[in-house]
Structure formats: structure tokens, C-alpha cells
Design a binder for this molecule. Structure first.
Ligand SMILES: *Cc1c(COP(=O)(O)O)cnc(C)c1O
Length: 418
């Protein structure tokens, strides 16, 4: 089907370019299939969500079973077993101070909830704090609130009049880490409400990696100043960076953590925002005015919660981190082979995520590079979606050596042929 026959308006897609839009019928493990027998290796985990692989049998079975018991129930003042079990398990596997779980349905809404919790906390305890600190090049979603705390640019130009003001801390580039910490320290002195950060790697901002000690220092500065520390682990959670959560590597315990994408193994939408007890306490009252006024129709949908429960059981029963380590090692080896290529700059990796920048003689060439690269990979049976001139590989943990080899072969070919 071509785009101009379909009424569908796709996300982040310029329909005017007339690029083909493959119609996918099946997916299994790391592969996507169309009806004509074509297949693609899903080298970006269907936009960073698929962790164990497509159509994981345990997650699919959990969805089927739950769909025969309870499909949906209002969550304001009512509850159900999958949500209760899941919440208890999330509290158990995250650091002790994180005691409360608020459900929502996407990464963006989990961040909106985090921001509302932070401001609700200060409002309810009677301290006038409302400014948010953010890190340069951040991405936290595409709603008005999450765009406000993200990088301003071509992706949100039309809506900038609606975005609220934030204070931006410079990204901790190599050898510039102290400048970041000093800027954060100075900004914290003005008593902002919270600092929101993507731990260890900024995803949509270009797969920008920074060291664990910087994350730990940033957390310590916020703690010293009583500024709430929000970790947006929507992308980094569930093993991507080599540990279950990126914060684990830095020994960081946030005040609020946002989880989505891999929460259900990538099968079905669900998100959670976990927070420390004082934030819940600030809303706990006989006074209805202190209620946390946030909801969406499908909050804690039972089928989605059942999928997430199955994901946590997989983490409990299967050697997920061993698979992550093996994939990380294979990624490192492939990246090393390409790192000396004359058109490759800034090869970088954390855990299972590997990235490199493609250099080019002129900027005009660079500006059209991402869609041309994506098309090149698509015609070779690989789903990759470069961010500007950054090519990154973020595959499901079940991706085998042959599949991964084909992905990197295609990247090498693109450097030589484009
Ligand atoms: C993808 C992403 C989001 C937004 O999640 P959606 O489910 O797309 O709304 C938020 N934060 C980070 C770090 C992300 O990578």
C-alpha cells in the first residue's frame, strides 16, 4: 500500500517525501515480516521498546490469559490483581526509598506525572517552588509539558510559544564535566522544584553518553539543595545500558523514576512513575484539595499490567543480564571494527547501545543523510533509523550473531556506498 491511498497520518513522517511505508504482518524475535515474504531485522527494537524479542511466548500468554479474565476497570478508587502484584514487584526491585507507584500509559505521560508530582509536592507542603532544571540535548516526550523540559529545535518550533521556561544545564561533554556540575550547583541555589535527567545516555538527543560518576555527582548536588531528582529511565530501563536500570551503575537513588518502553517487554503500552514516600505523604490528607489530580481512561489497564508482570517474571527466571552482556560484547566488537573507518567519528557504546557519527564533506549532504541512510537500510532488510548523522544500533536481546552481523555489514556498506 502506498501512503497516498491510506488515511493514516504517521508519527515523525514527512508524507510529502513519498517514501514507501512497509506494511508489516508478523514479528518474531528480532525479525519483522510483510505479506510478500520480505523480512527486516529490527535493529532499533521498534523504537527502543522490544527487549526480549517480538512475540515473546511468556508475555503473549500472559496477555491471552488476562484478556479472558478482566479487560479494563476504572482505576480511580478500584483496583485489580495484575496492578497490585506488579506495583509490589516494582517496589521490591527498585531501591528502598521508592515506595509508591503511579500508573500511566506512555513514557511522555510518566514524565508529565513526574513533573506534576514534583510541583504537587512543593505546593502541598506550602513552599513556592516551580522551576524545573533540565540537561542540554534532553528528550522526555512530545506532549507540551515534556517538550518544555526537552531540547528546543526543529522538532518543536511551532509550539514554542506554549512551552514553559526551564533552566538548562550544559551537557557534560568529555573534559567539561566540572562546568556541568558547577552550573547545576548554581542553578540549585535558586531553589528550583526538580532536576530531570536521562541517566548515562541521552537517547533522542543523539545517543550522547556521559560517565556514571557525573550522574552520581549531579544526584548528590540535588540532594544537598533539597531539589527533587527525577530519573527518566523510559529508554535506559530494562537492561539497555548493561544493568537493569542505568541509575544502578552510578549507585544513584532518584526521588522519582519514570519507566515505560521495556516495562511490558515492548508488547503493549504501559508506564509507571515511582516516587519516594515524602512525595506521597505531601498528597496524603483528609483534604480533597491535596489529591493528586491526574488520570487517564486506561490507567493500569489489566492486560498491560499482566504483560508487565510477565516481563518481571522473565527478569526473575531467565538470565536476562547474561544476554545483555553477550549482546553488549558483540556490539563492542562490531563497533571496534568500524571505528577506524575514515567516515566514522565518535564511536561510542554503553551496554547494548552502540552509535557512531557519519562524517561528510558538507552540511547539505549531512542534512539529507538520515532519511537516505534509513532508505538504504530498509531496502537491505534492516530497520535502522539514524538520528541526524548518528547511526545507532539498539537491538532486542535475542538478536543472534548472524542477524547482528548483517546489521553491521549494512552499516559498513552504507559508509562506502552513500
Ligand atoms: C521515548 C522516550 C520518552 C517518551 O516515551 P513515549 O512512550 O514515546 O511517550 C520519554 N523519555 C525518554 C528518555 C524516551 O526515550
Amino acid at each position: 500500500m502506498t501512503a497516498n491511498q491510506s488515511p493514516v497520518w504517521h508519527p515523525f513522517t514527512q508524507h510529502g517525501l513519498g517514501e514507501p511505508i512497509p506494511l508489516i504482518c508478523n514479528a518474531k524475535d528480532a525479525k519483522l515480516y510483510d505479506a510478500d515474504g520480505n523480512s527486516w531485522i529490527d535493529a532499533i527494537s521498534s523504537w527502543w521498546v522490544t527487549t526480549h524479542g517480538h512475540a515473546n511466548p511468556r508475555i503473549m500468554a500472559a496477555i491471552r490469559d488476562q484478556s479472558e479474565k478482566l479487560d479494563q476497570i476504572i482505576f480511580a478508587g478500584w483496583t485489580h490483581e495484575p496492578a497490585e502484584t506488579l506495583a509490589a514487584e516494582l517496589v521490591r526491585i527498585t531501591p528502598e526509598p521508592l515506595t509508591r507507584v503511579f500508573f500511566s500509559d506512555s513514557g511522555s505521560t510518566s514524565v508529565e506525572v513526574a513533573l506534576k508530582m514534583a510541583l504537587g509536592y512543593w505546593f502541598n507542603i506550602g513552599e513556592a517552588r516551580s522551576r524545573i532544571l533540565v540537561l542540554e540535548h534532553s528528550y522526555h516526550g512530545d506532549t507540551i509539558g515534556t517538550m518544555s523540559v526537552g531540547e528546543r529545535g526543529v522538532y518543536n518550533r511551532a509550539w514554542q510559544p506554549l512551552l514553559f521556561d526551564v533552566d538548562t544545564i550544559p551537557f557534560p561533554h568529555e573534559a567539561m564535566e566540572q562546568a556541568t556540575l558547577d552550573a547545576l550547583e548554581a542553578a540549585c541555589a535558586a531553589k528550583p522544584a526538580a532536576f530531570i535527567v536521562e541517566p548515562l545516555i541521552l537517547g533522542a538527543g543523539g545517543m550522547l553518553i556521559y560517565p556514571a560518576w557525573v550522574l552520581a555527582e549531579m544526584r548528590a548536588i540535588c540532594a544537598r539543595h533539597g531539589v527533587l531528582f527525577i530519573a527518566d529511565e523510559v529508554m535506559t530501563g530494562w537492561g539497555r545500558t548493561g544493568t537493569r536500570f542505568a541509575c544502578d551503575q552510578a549507585g544513584v537513588i532518584p526521588d522519582i523514576i519514570c519507566l515505560s518502553k521495556g516495562l511490558t517487554g515492548g508488547a503493549i503500552p504501559l508506564a509507571v512513575t515511582l516516587c519516594i514516600e515524602p512525595i506521597f505523604d505531601a498528597h496524603f490528607s483528609k483534604d480533597r484539595g491535596k489529591t493528586f489530580y491526574h488520570s487517564s481512561s486506561y490507567t493500569a489497564n489489566p492486560i498491560a499490567c499482566a504483560a508487565a508482570k510477565a516481563n518481571l517474571e522473565i527478569w526473575r527466571d531467565e538470565p536476562v543480564l547474561q544476554r545483555v552482556d553477550a549482546l553488549a560484547e558483540a556490539q563492542a566488537a562490531h563497533l571496534a571494527l568500524l571505528s577506524q573507518h575514515p567516515r566514522v567519528a565518535n564511536p561510542r557504546r554503553i551496554g547494548t547501545i552502540a552509535a557512531l557519527d557519519v562524517t561528510a564533506p558538507d552540511s547539505g549532504y549531512l542534512s539529507s543523510l538520515a532519511p537516505r541512510l534509513a532508505a538504504f537500510f530498509r531496502t537491505r532488510g534492516i530497520l535502522l533509523r539514524p538520528l541526524g548523522n548518528s547511526v545507532y544500533v539498539m537491538p532486542p536481546y535475542c538478536t543472534d550473531a548472524t542477524e547482528l552481523g548483517k546489521v553491521w555489514e549494512a552499516i559498513a556498506a552504507s559508509l562506502d556506498e552513500l
